[in-house]
Design a protein around this ligand. Structure first.
Ligand code: NAI
Length: 241
């Protein structure tokens, strides 16, 4: 990863922070971005390597443009983009308001679109790019109480394949990772009985860790994955097969 510049969204904590730390250890210059500036400052203090923080809201087109321009001014190019920022707002459909629906879609799906659009122009010019989108197994199989989240993640999968087809001719690969149950802030608040139910359907019999996702992201961002594009990879202990 020496000489490569990477932008990772929603990377102040959780999976994004794990991906950022691994990329930095492998020698990349890493820009972590997040809406949470305090957590972002803590993340860079805790991480070794060439790592910088940018405050960015992926659902806000101006914020995205400003940050991408600032990175390009400072470092001239972005080789790798990991669209990781995401939220949940779980409710049964009967109780889900339009606001509950729109907020999840605008961060998870529109955010992925906005950041990809802002970054891809430079990738096209340099005829190199690696884009890794963080989807979810829920985007493949659905989940009661997560219609908004499932739709956003299924949308990311369709978006990934379309971008892969559009950008392949420019030597830009676009792939998605669909994590299962990974231990982060997103999952820690779930009731114990729900966690136990999940465990029953995970053949490997344990929850995933941030690094389980980060190592696949590293491979998909590396030169070694140059013949792989438009794919969705589950990192889920065998939950979906
Ligand atoms: P997390 O909640 O620990 O971290 C998400 C980060 O995104 C936070 O730092 C948050 O401040 C940031 N964020 C939220 N809204 C943002 C916005 N508008 N702009 C920029 N940043 C924003 O969550 P986790 O678990 O690390 O999730 C990362 C990604 O992995 C998400 O896309 C999530 O949907 C996905 N995922 C997570 C799974 C899990 O089991 N933890 C399973 C499947 C997918």
């Amino acid at each position: 990863m020496e000489g490569k510049n990477a932008l990772i969204t929603g990377a102040a904590r959780g999976i994004g922070a794990g991906v950022a730390a691994l990329f930095a250890r492998q020698g990349a210059r890493v820009y972590i971005s997040d809406v949470d500036a305090d957590a972002g400052a803590k993340a860079i203090a805790d991480t070794d390597g060439d790592i910088r923080f940018m405050e960015m809201d992926v659902s806000d087109e101006n914020s995205v443009k400003q940050v991408v321009d600032q990175i390009l001014d400072e470092s001239q190019k972005i080789d790798i983009l990991v669209n990781n920022a995401g939220i949940t707002n779980d409710k049964l459909l009967l109780r889900m308001t339009t606001e509950d629906w729109s907020r999840v879609l605008s961060i998870n799906l529109t955010g992925t679109f906005l950041v990809t659009k802002a970054v891809m122009r430079g990738m096209i010019k340099q005829r190199f790019g690696r884009i890794v989108n963080i989807a979810s197994v829920v985007g493949l199989i659905g989940n009661a109480g997560q219609a908004n989240y499932a739709a956003s993640k299924a949308g990311i999968i369709g978006f990934t394949k379309s971008c892969a087809k559009e950008l392949a001719g420019r030597n830009i690969t676009v792939n998605a990772i669909a994590p299962g149950f990974i231990e982060t802030r997103m999952t820690e608040g779930l009731p114990e009985e729900v966690k136990q139910e999940y465990l029953k359907v995970i053949p490997l019999g344990r929850f995933g860790q941030v690094d389980d996702v980060a190592h696949l992201a590293l491979f998909l961002a590396s030169d070694q994955s140059s013949y792989i594009t438009g794919q969705v990879f589950c990192v889920d202990g065998g939950m979906v097969m």
